[in-house]
Design a protein. Structure first.
Length: 404
């Protein structure tokens, strides 16, 4: 795979032969906050194809990923992830509740050809949330303790490639590294079609709860004229509405810094014709009200669904990242369902990404009608803003250090 500006194609998975391989995937999946059960296994299934390729090549494979963030209900052990991966691989996946300690290193050393070991949640190691340059992160305990046990590193975690963290950029600095072809390459190839479509009618539907990242990316996408319209819902839309109406109550549980607020105000001023905000909302008492009068916003209302659908009907490319409401609750999932249905019925090329968006598309029986289902949440729209994500840059650096 080669992007414009790279000196030569990046090493791909078929080049990482012989020896033990460390594979960074992204199996950060939706978790039921009460039972701890996995709600959607799409990412696990997607990455199983890369791991199956390596197993069939007779390589010892160690899988690492993260789940949730410290303090969140979704911040859990990966034992159930390993069980789900075993199901898709049709073989036993060894699991150890350790990441880089003596037990983990011992199990890695004992791993035989064609065997798979999954280590526990990377974010149990505090270093994993550090962001910095590859050379610096290569010196973390995570990298220095694990890297000597491997011959190659494979990055298949497109969904986390936008973060400059040790497991993404540190390992490529010290190990010959490849792009995991079955997820990373398919993502890059599909999303490049969106970039190639610049100039046609492209609409982005942006919702969900990752507000600062979404706001920043929307600003870049609009300034580069990669998208023509942005339809906003979820907590992102709530923030725009609150600032637009001067209604602090609408801020609710949207916690953002001044930089994000400034970005929103600039977007509303500079790109006002490109921003489409909800015109009605469903609040906690299930009443449909005008946004300025809403006590809470748990979904977009019917008038907003109709408005959004009109813009989607005139678009050639439709992209959705993040749900428009609290989709975990059936009665607040209508907006997301109807907009997804409008996308597949009207747009020529559709892309969705993010765990809860994918979960919704599967739940509503629309997943097989989407042109490209991205394993990435914010990573895929950040790729559209700038294809040279930290993970891709790290692979290019590794290529120059080890493959040339």
């Amino acid at each position: 795979m080669s992007l414009p500006g790279l000196l030569s194609p990046l090493p791909t998975i078929n080049m990482c032969g012989k020896g033990r391989v460390l594979v960074r995937v992204d199996m950060n999946v939706p978790i039921d906050k009460n039972s701890g059960e996995i709600l959607d296994e799409y990412r696990i299934e997607a990455h199983s194809r890369t791991i199956r390729y390596l197993v069939d090549s007779g390589l010892p494979v160690v899988v690492v990923t993260h789940q949730g963030r410290p303090g969140d209900a979704e911040f859990v052990s990966l034992e159930k992830h390993s069980q789900a991966l075993s199901k898709y691989l049709g073989m036993d996946v060894h699991f150890i509740d350790d990441v880089m300690g003596p037990r983990a290193r011992e199990e890695i050393s004992k791993l035989g050809p064609g065997e798979v070991l999954m280590l526990d949640n990377l974010r149990f190691v505090s270093e994993e949330i550090i962001e910095g340059e590859p050379q610096k992160l290569a010196g973390t305990y995570l990298v220095t303790r694990l890297a000597p046990l491997f011959n190659h590193f494979i990055l298949d975690a497109f969904a986390t490639a936008h973060r400059s963290q040790p497991s993404i950029v540190g390992f490529p600095y010290v190990l010959p590294s490849c792009m995991g072809g079955l997820v990373m390459e398919s993502e890059v190839n599909a999303l490049s079609k969106v970039l190639d479509a610049r100039g046609v009618s492209t609409v982005l539907i942006a919702g969900g709860a990752k507000v600062p990242e979404t706001v920043k990316t929307v600003k870049v996408l609009l300034s580069k004229r990669i998208i023509g319209k942005v339809l906003l819902g979820g907590l992102v839309g709530q923030l725009f509405l609150a600032l637009g109406h001067g209604n602090n109550k609408l801020m609710g549980n949207v916690k953002v810094g001044q930089e994000t607020i400034n970005d929103v105000l600039e977007i509303m001023k500079t790109f006002s014709d490109s921003i489409v905000l909800p015109v009605d909302a469903v609040q906690s008492d299930d009443k449909v009200v005008e946004p300025g009068n809403a006590q809470s916003m748990l979904d977009v209302g019917p008038a907003t669904i109709e408005l959004f659908n009109k813009h989607i009907m005139s678009a050639d490319v439709a992209i959705m990242t993040g749900p428009l409401g609290l989709v975990e609750v059936e009665k607040y999932s209508r907006g997301t369902r109807e907009v997804l249905r409008s996308m597949v019925d009207n747009a020529q090329f559709t892309v969705i990404g993010g765990g809860h968006t994918i979960m919704s598309a599967r739940k509503f029986g629309l997943i097989n009608r989407i042109s490209h289902v991205s394993t990435g949440g914010r990573a895929f729209i950040q790729f559209l803003a700038d294809p040279y994500l930290p993970g891709i840059k790290a692979l290019e650096l590794s290529r120059s250090r080890f493959w040339v």
